[in-house]
Design a binder for this molecule. Sequence first.
Ligand code: NAD
Ligand code: AHE
Ligand code: ZN
Length: 378
Amino acid sequence: ASPNIPSQVLEAFKATQGKTITCQAAVAPPKAGEVRVKVIANALCHTDIYTLEGHDPEGLFPSVLGHEASALVESVGPGVTSVQVGDVVIPCYTPECRAHDCIFCQSPKTNLCPTIRSTQGQGLMPDGTSRLSKDGQALFHFMGCSTFAEYAVIAEISAAKIHPGADLNQMCLLGCGVSTGWGAVINTMKMEPGKSVAVFGLGALGLSVIQASRLVGARYIVGVDVNEKKFASAQAMGASLCVNPQTCDGGDVKAQLLQAEKWGYDYTFDCTGHVAVMRNALEVAHRGWGQSCIIGVAAAGQEISTRPFQLVTGRSWQGTAFGGWKSRTEVPQLVQRVMRGEMTLEPYVTHQIEGLSRVNQAIEALHSGSCLRAVVKI
Ligand code: NAD
Ligand code: AHE
Ligand code: ZN
């Protein structure tokens, strides 16, 4: 299939290759092992807001945020072999180096390839420098992506090449949130059919957990959110019941949840990033075997706690990064699953915004409480 991209765009790349592109910022050409991409669409994830608002202990400024995107390869640096100009890619903040001596890439147990994690956390490309600047001042990269921009430079090992016929305004969601929720259920928890599930936080992360839980055959799914505007979509995705912890019986959400499942839930998920909620999620997990997965990202300085007795009596705490997907290998497979109609992304795109100059509308939308994902078509 041919890309959903006009041939004039590919033709125009010939004029920019090897040169600094000056758009909202200056984007230097890719160095060895790097790829410069033209961003097609970027969705706003809660993690961008959390960083923007200063809650990320790794947050660096000035930087270019954005990490949930679809893009087109504009040029490649020396030595790049896995993608070429015109390929459609999803930049992945969790890379996959696939090196024979990368014990993480070689292990089926994890997707946490550490090859560029150190420089990525410092807001830099793998060689320790930035490709981004504005008025002569270097800007920091963000999560190895910085895709809230017209162009981005990413490591080759962060570029998942996807089917060129995919709907890029939807597929950007597979760069983070929706992939993470699906993977938390399928990879991290390895949920079996017939189980009970409690999901705290009904944003795109919580809903994608519900969607995947339903797909694997969960018996009973409870959604919990302080914002009842989220309940309708949670129920449409497969939640059996939704509960508002602020208004539920006696204001005790744990007691309310345990009324329906006396011994607790087989699987629980925190999709809020609040440590008090993480504790509740752990403590409503099933006595003897319940597992609770932390997806939410907590603010700097926050720590989780519970009585050790909760673990002694068989509950366990887990966490997931990007749903455990090995990015370059498995994101293209997720794209194919969506293209085959096995999973849908459509319900998540509650807001579509035309043009990077309107990026603040995406932030307002996520704050409005009625937004799952605001996709900015760049
Ligand atoms: P979101 O803001 O769209 O949704 C969060 C939801 O939690 C909202 O509906 C909000 O009303 C609800 N909420 C807030 N406080 C609550 C409380 N006390 N009890 C119940 N519900 C509450 O965010 P999102 O984009 O869906 O992301 C969710 C979390 O997942 C964020 O912390 C984000 O940073 C994190 N995240 C983690 C990964 C990962 O790989 N681990 C990937 C993507 C996002
Ligand atoms: N920088 C924060 C941690 C942020 C965090 O945990 N990020 C998630 C992804 S959020 C995507 O929206 C993650 O997968 N982390 C793994 C990693 O390698 O960053 C902090 O606390 O320092
Ligand atoms: Zn994200």
